[in-house]
Design a protein around this ligand. Sequence first.
Ligand SMILES: *Cc1c(COP(=O)(O)O)cnc(C)c1O
Length: 415
Amino acid sequence: MDCPFRYERETLYCEEVPLADIAASAGTPCYVYSSKAILDRFHAYEDSLADIPHAVCYAVKANSNLGILALLAKAGAGFDIVSGGELYRVLKAGASPGKVVFSGVGKTAEEVEYALEQGIHSFNCESEPELALIDSLAGRLGKRARVALRANPDVDAVTHPYISTGLSEHKFGIDIKLVEAIYERARALRNIELDGVSCHIGSQLLDPAPVLEALDRLLALVDRLRAKGTEIRHLDLGGGIGVPYKRSDPAPDIAGFVREVRKRIEGRNLKLMLEPGRSIVAEAGVLLTRVLYRKTTPRKEFIVVDAAMNDLIRPSLYGSYHEIIPLRRRAAETITADVVGPVCESGDFLAKDRQIANVFPGDLLAVCTSGAYGFVAASNYNSRPRPAEVLVEGSQWRMVRQRETLEDLTRGESV
Ligand SMILES: *Cc1c(COP(=O)(O)O)cnc(C)c1O
């Protein structure tokens, strides 16, 4: 898949726009997303499934900016949400509620009611008490709720422990050995149409084999349920396909993965649903930052930049690697340094002991592969206004979120 960010001469571009132009006018720190990269990746899922019943439901939590949601809604995407707030966003972006699936282990009564009123496609339900709640609220509203139980297939996703979800020790889903009995008992619930199975085993999976293993286990479950007379019409395989953060990482092939899924599901009379998040937006985004200071201690070299852990928490939270490259490429000289932000925590870093261009105060850097789980996890820690977000389309770009102001910082507070 094409990388939307590339050097022309010595200048780094996003599509046809020099990133330095965006930094000059939008300021830093600033997230920049390529609409072409997002659409290319969405179509890598969508186009391989065009002739079978399916829905590619973008996982909103990876990047919930309205501009990106509207872009995907227009391209025909469905949406996977994990809160009432995300439902509000996708509706505001112009998505049809009938293409929305609601996942998550802790849905509140208010959220379930909101989703029922709007008429979403289905709930991925994670426990028997949640199923009872959906049934009673649907009854009160005079609706029938379509539901899939999220099975926990007990496969090891082989990823960072914080983003692995498919082992029996995790809070997610219902143990695949216990789930059949719940389908049986749920026949008594009159306001529920329990006609789906779902799972989501983790995130940043560079090898899709565990997802295919989970699919095999879900298909065996579908066979057992159908044999007992439960009609199952849709199967939701969740998201989780990873992206290469390092050049040495293998780059999962979305179309190849979808072909493998298709092979297993074709002819089984099941609508296939997928919930990709990271693999659609991660590589489409960078975080632009400006070098504030160089600082040398007896032990280390530091590059102090104006972006921090409150803007992009992944390095601090997971120890994740993001490549960092200059907006203006120069001669090959590099240094080894930590790239750190202004936040008052030793855990505030974007890179450690990194071989990096020898940059100086005022120089601009791009923190690569930051389109997923970047801005959405940004906070105001240290009373730092959250960054601007920009969407590029060819030679055009527009602000899809203003940088926060000082007034924004205290909105809703009082003395
Ligand atoms: C987070 C999440 C996703 C998306 O995962 P990615 O790794 O970003 O593809 C999909 N489904 C559910 C239920 C999730 O919680």
